[in-house]
Design a protein. Structure first.
Length: 95
């Protein structure tokens, strides 16, 4: 599962309500409290473990909360599949 989530939001355009709402939804769903990062220039970016998963500057829109929740869930499943396939973190061995 993702360990660190950050939401960088523009103070000048008052994107705080969107950032706070998304952070609350993530915390409710996963029990992880995202770090809110004040910024400028119209940014609204979401990172999971240092990987950009959403950028308003790239998408020209705000993310739907479900969209981010789903992406975080997909990242969790991808990590589980990787552990199963590679055997990382387990006693599983190739035969």
């Amino acid at each position: 599962m993702v360990k660190k989530i950050s939401i960088e939001y523009c103070v000048e355009w008052d994107y705080y309500p969107q950032a706070a709402s998304l952070a609350a939804a993530i915390e409710k769903e996963y029990g992880i409290k995202p770090q809110l990062i004040r910024s400028g220039g119209g940014v609204f970016e979401v990172e999971a473990d240092g990987v950009l998963i959403f950028s308003k500057k790239e998408q020209f829109r705000f993310p739907a909360e479900k969209e981010i929740i789903d992406q975080l869930q997909n990242r969790w499943w991808e990590s589980r599949v990787n552990i199963y396939i590679t055997g990382e973190g387990s006693n599983w061995q190739k035969r």
